[in-house]
Design a binder for this molecule. Structure first.
Ligand SMILES: [Zn+2]
Length: 174
């Protein structure tokens, strides 16, 4: 008689107590959440992980002018150094991103466009800070949010954006 001592959390295969990994899918005994997903659908898991890392990197890059300008505005060089350090280290860690960007003029142009937009938009906000009414400020924030939404929608849904994301996922997994 086959004695079953634990059930795999990923594929529900009954396993013997002597095994530390599932005999069927190799998921570790007692694994849950993130680890289980990894064994249930590896492709989906890696694809999601790649998208998430790409979004973080993109968000950091396009908001970097805001961090930079805030640091300059407040005369806080330590803050500036920290921001710069985190952006650089993130880019160095994210080699797939650098590789894919290096091959895509489109990606570099889109990123530059939004970085410059953010730089100008936030510079104006700081420059005219004293003159801005609450209504004006609200309008600027709305415009910024719309631009963010457009940026991520463009990356996610445009033909070149989809190509970029796929290239990134391929590089990310290899
Ligand atoms: Zn299993």
């Amino acid at each position: 008689m086959k004695s079953t001592n634990w059930v795999c959390n990923a594929c529900y295969e009954p396993n013997l107590d002597t095994l530390n990994k599932c005999a069927k899918c190799k998921c570790p005994k007692g694994a849950n959440g993130d680890v289980t997903q990894q064994f249930q659908n590896p492709d989906l898991y890696h694809s999601k992980k790649a998208s998430k890392s790409l979004n973080t990197t993109l968000a950091l890059i396009i908001t970097s002018p805001i961090l930079l300008l805030t640091a300059i505005h407040q005369g806080n060089l330590i803050f500036f150094a920290l921001c710069l350090g985190s952006v650089i280290s993130l880019l160095i860690i994210n080699k797939p991103f650098l590789t894919v960007c290096a091959q895509s003029k489109w990606a570099i142009n889109v990123l530059l466009l939004f970085v410059i937009f953010n730089f100008i938009s936030f510079s104006l906000r700081l420059l005219f800070d004293d003159y801005l009414t609450d209504n004006n400020l609200f309008l600027i924030v709305v415009i910024d949010l719309v631009m963010y939404a457009l940026f991520f929608a463009y990356i996610k849904y445009s033909q070149k954006g989809i190509q970029f994301l796929n290239d990134y996922k391929t590089k990310y997994q290899s």
